[in-house]
Design a protein around this ligand. Structure first.
Ligand code: NAD
Length: 392
């Protein structure tokens, strides 16, 4: 079939297998060019391995660190009539490249929040790896079913405390306009913590430890976004920010509970980038477009793979990495520094629908968005008839 993007609101409902492979291969080439990461753990579990920051983590561990990687994701398989999700094709492309490079790779597709999937992963580790020495927790999900009670929780993207009015960019209608966001109820805050907080990260480590598959001195990290004043009302100080604060609690608990293994658990704060998760958050398309423009003008722009290679190379694997006041690793300090934020803040009040193309890098944002689904690559023939089927 000939596959063209089908965009509905902030999501693209199809994906291009050849374009997704191109995206994965470009990331692999990038980390190979950066060079080897000498002290990389050799048995790495990536929870949320198929897109965004998790995929970049898997690529870095495998192709810069020579690691065996076991992945968990939640993706839709293609049929003859319907394309799979981008994460499906990314995983197929990753497997192909890992196979060629002689690197162990396996991916389980299912619900990471369930006990069942955790057990399947443990069995795979026991059979194929023995133990794991690095666990990357990179899930982004709008819902979670509690594995003990069966109760389903849905997260919200809402301010906490007061109603909040702000500028946003409607990617569907391509207009800059004001939106009023109602504050979350306590239930909505609690449910968001249940979905995106630290509980499931702790359950993973507990299950792995009980099965005896955590190596001594193993490391684990979960990813967060902290941001600054412009995004605090909808992110840092909002429902999702409350869930992310719970990751700090979980990291402290993990460090204390597994000190006999000398496990190191970190929350890592990463830069805002275009991913399937971030494009769903109100205000983020506008903020990211302005931030991209400023950071590209300043020559300090980075995407997912640059951020994650930097994390592995500079912080995550270091003996005593520098941490912030809340014991987090920070890869977002260039984005959040006063100079960059000052420039974005100066542009923010001036932005209108008319001048947005000059003031912001929406072109760059939109191209990154298309690339998430395998579209927008110059060297891919989008008129060609391709099979949507790709096996792992
Ligand atoms: P993403 O949407 O690209 O990736 C989410 C991953 O989770 C995918 O691999 C998906 O298959 C998997 N997943 C979702 N639900 C699942 C389930 N029930 N079972 C198994 N797998 C499931 O998201 P992302 O933006 O890369 O986000 C990853 C992490 O990074 C999140 O914690 C996010 O908050 C954080 N982060 C993102 C940004 C950003 O700007 N995108 C910035 C800083 C931190």
């Amino acid at each position: 079939m000939v596959i063209k993007p089908k965009i509905r609101g902030f999501i693209c409902t199809n994906a291009h297998p050849v374009g997704c492979a191109e995206s994965v291969n470009q990331q692999i080439e990038f980390v190979k060019q950066q060079g080897e990461i000498a002290n990389c753990p050799k048995n790495v579990l990536v929870i949320g391995c198929s897109t965004g920051y998790g995929l970049a983590s898997r690529i870095t561990a495998a192709f810069s660190g020579g690691a065996n990687t076991l992945g968990v994701c939640f993706e839709k398989e293609p049929t003859e009539k319907r394309t799979g999700t981008a994460g499906w094709y990314n995983t197929a492309a990753f497997h192909k490249a890992a196979e060629k490079a002689g690197l162990y790779h396996k991916t389980l597709n299912g619900d990471a929040f369930s006990h069942e999937l955790k057990h399947q992963i443990i069995e795979t580790i026991q059979q194929d790896m023995g133990k794991v020495d690095l666990i990357i927790y990179s899930l982004a999900s709008p819902r979670r079913t509690d594995p003990d009670t069966g109760e389903a929780y849905v997260s919200s993207l809402k301010p906490v405390g007061n109603k909040y009015t702000t500028k946003t960019f409607d990617t569907n209608k391509e207009v800059v306009h004001d939106i009023e966001l109602e504050p979350a109820t306590q239930d909505e805050i609690d449910n968001t913590i249940k979905v995106m907080g630290g509980e499931d990260w702790e359950l993973w480590i507990k299950a792995l430890n009980e099965a005896g598959v955590l190596a001594d001195n193993c490391k684990t990290t979960a990813y967060t976004y902290i941001g600054k004043e412009l995004t605090w009302p909808i992110y840092g100080h909002a429902t999702i920010g409350k869930a992310k604060e719970d990751l700090d609690r979980a990291a402290a608990a993990l460090n204390s509970n597994y000190s006999d293994l000398n496990l190191k658990a970190y929350v890592t704060s990463l830069k805002a980038v275009v991913t399937q998760a971030s494009s769903a958050i109100p205000v983020m398309p506008l903020y990211i477009s302005l931030m991209y423009q400023v950071m590209k003008d300043e020559g300090c722009h980075e995407g997912v793979i640059e951020q994650i290679y930097g994390l592995f190379n500079q912080l995550l694997l270091a003996e005593n990495p520098p941490m912030d006041e809340a014991n987090r690793l920070r890869m977002d300090t260039v984005e959040t520094n006063d100079e960059i934020q000052g420039k974005i803040k100066a542009i923010w009040p001036q932005v209108t629908t008319e001048n947005f193309p000059e003031l912001g890098d929406y072109q760059g944002y939109h191209l990154d968005f298309l690339k998430l689904f395998g579209f927008g690559f110059d060297n891919v023939d989008y008129e060609a008839d391709v099979s949507p089927i790709a096996d792992w």
